[in-house]
Ligand binder design. Structure first.
Ligand code: XMP
Length: 515
């Protein structure tokens, strides 16, 4: 694998994803991994990620000496990015200092040598920078291979080892040739052959499940791509007779979402599908509740209860359940951050089921994959495109897009508005170009005029963001004409709405969802 040591940068997962996009297997490991754990990842090349710390500050994250020495003594290919770049320079005897000004955003990189890491890229190229500390002096064995106006040591290489550092972020899309530079490091410096293709790996996971599992499995399918893909993988492994699918309608789903999910399950050949309509129960429990955290707690608890009750009933009637399938994906399992440790987390609603049916084993067919990889797998398993390309939809559903109390009327309005927004985004092609696009219902009414009459109705906020991983996001700067058209449809077609606002805040400080 390509081992990405995580020094706490928000970009560590992004580096691992990019490496996989280039068809090399990568894993994220904590920066202070022991040599044993490090070797268990069978690393063929190593990348040190960025991070928020300053390397000269006492207690800042450093790899264990035994790991660093192993890498150097075995001439392993090593690339440091940002903090990782400074760390390698400093561990090999260079000097890192804080500059009086930060270099943030796009910079022009001047490539000074014909090094293989810059193969196929021009002498002058745009790179994304985000640093204040900088490498200010290099020892004899290291040499500068690229500079910017601001950073003399924007990239260095070791004179005799396959060791490199880049101050800029090749994993970020704004870096024009970032992808090429990473690919050059892996192919040309490390000499690796691209051999990791997600559909093949998924097929291996399925054969492995086929060998390992015998007995019945239970799965809750929401309508999202993760749980459905996990269910199909297990179905392929143990057969449609042995997998029992439960779909809970919380009443907080989008228009026709339950219908679509049930039809899709049928088309995919699932035989044991159980639909539970719990929308009344959810609505009752949410009545009068306005606190966002309280709303989330109630929804999670109610979901767990409803699912566990169905599971118990099935276990009484059919029996023989041995597995509980969970759609956990790689980033859920590996917490990023310098203190993050790999932990398998059981979702809270599954804990309740585990208590109800003792002896169940958790099965997570997607625990090695990123979201974009899950989408590829889903497509290869015949899951309809409409579901595969779907934007993320939060677990608590429309409830976090209604500010304040959830009522039947507000749900009706938001469901219809959501359908219109999705239609317009799909039709215009903007759907694929943004991370998420949805209306939220602000529980305020404002005055308007409809026809000749004064109206006093709800305001909707349109939230459209661009993002790589939902950790940060920027609002999408869409053409006025398009927004105008969407707003017109909303006020004309959705009864109870007379005003549409466009949300122009980034995350941070705002979140993507409203609650
Ligand atoms: P925020 O609102 O925190 O959202 O900026 C970040 C991303 O996570 C999604 N989201 C959720 N997903 N359960 C989920 O499965 C949740 O409770 C939840 N809350 C937010 C949100 O849609 C966005 O993509």
């Amino acid at each position: 694998s390509v081992a990405v040591l995580d020094f706490g940068g928000q970009y560590a997962h992004l580096i691992a994803r990019r490496v996989r996009e280039l068809n090399f297997y990568s894993v994220l490991v904590p920066y202070d991994v022991t040599l044993d754990e490090f070797l268990q990842a069978s690393p063929l090349a190593v990348i040190f990620s960025g991070g928020p710390a300053s390397i000269y500050v006492e207690g800042s994250p450093k790899p264990r000496r035994e790991v660093f020495e192993y890498i150097i003594n075995n001439r392993m290919p090593l690339l440091g990015i940002c903090y990782g770049h400074q760390l390698i320079a400093s561990m090999l005897g260079g000097r890192v200092a804080r500059k009086d000004k930060a270099e943030y955003g796009l910079s022009v990189l001047r490539v000074l040598t014909g090094d293989p890491i810059f193969h196929g890229t021009p002498a002058s190229q745009r790179v994304w920078m985000s640093h204040r500390d900088a490498v200010v002096w290099l020892p004899e064995e290291l040499e500068v291979i690229a500079s910017t106006d601001y950073s003399e040591v924007a990239a260095f290489r070791h004179k005799t080892l396959p060791v490199y550092g880049v101050q800029f972020h090749p994993e970020v899309r704004h870096t024009e040739y970032g992808r090429v530079i990473l690919d050059n490091f892996l192919r040309r410096v490390a000499g690796l052959k691209p051999n990791w293709f997600v559909e093949d790996v998924a097929a291996e996971v399925i054969s492995d499940l086929r060998r390992r599992l015998s007995g019945k499995a239970l799965v809750a399918v929401s309508g999202g791509v993760d749980s459905l893909t996990a269910a199909v993988m297990v179905q392929r492994a143990i057969g449609s007779d042995n997998i029992y699918v439960v779909h809970v309608n919380t009443g907080l789903l989008r228009e026709s979402e339950s219908d679509r999910t049930l039809k899709t399950l049928e088309k995919l050949g699932f035989k044991n599908v159980f639909y539970v309509d719990a929308s009344r129960l959810f609505l009752e429990r949410l009545r009068g509740v306005t606190d966002p955290e309280e709303k989330r707690r109630i929804i999670a608890k109610t979901f767990a209860e409803v699912f566990a009750e169905k599971a118990l009933e099935l276990n009484r009637k059919v029996g023989g359940f041995k597995y509980l399938v969970q759609g956990t994906i790689y980033p859920d399992r590996v917490e990023s951050g310098a203190t993050g440790k790999a932990t398998a987390r059981i979702k809270s609603h599954h804990n309740v089921v585990m208590e109800a049916i003792p002896g169940l084993e958790i099965v997570e067919p997607l625990s090695e994959f990123y979201k974009d990889e899950v989408r590829k797998i889903a497509r290869s398993l015949g899951i309809p495109d409409e579901i595969v390309t779907q934007h993320p939809f939060p677990g608590p559903g429309l409830a976090v897009r209604i500010v304040g109390e959830v009522t039947e009327e507000k749900l009706r309005i938001l469901r219809k508005a959501t359908r219109i927004v999705e239609e317009e985004f799909r039709k215009s092609g903007f759907y694929e170009r943004v991370w998420q696009a949805f209306p939220a219902l602000l529980s305020i009414r404002t005055v308007g005029v409809k026809g000749d009459e004064r109206s006093y109705e709800y305001a909707l906020a349109l939230r459209v963001v661009e993002s790589e991983d939902a950790m940060t996001a920027s609002f999408a700067k869409l053409p006025w004409e398009f927004l105008e058209h969407v707003a017109e449809r909303l006020v004309n077609e959705v009864e109870g709405v007379n005003r549409v606002l466009y949300d122009i805040t980034h995350k941070p400080p705002a979140t993507i969802e409203f609650e």
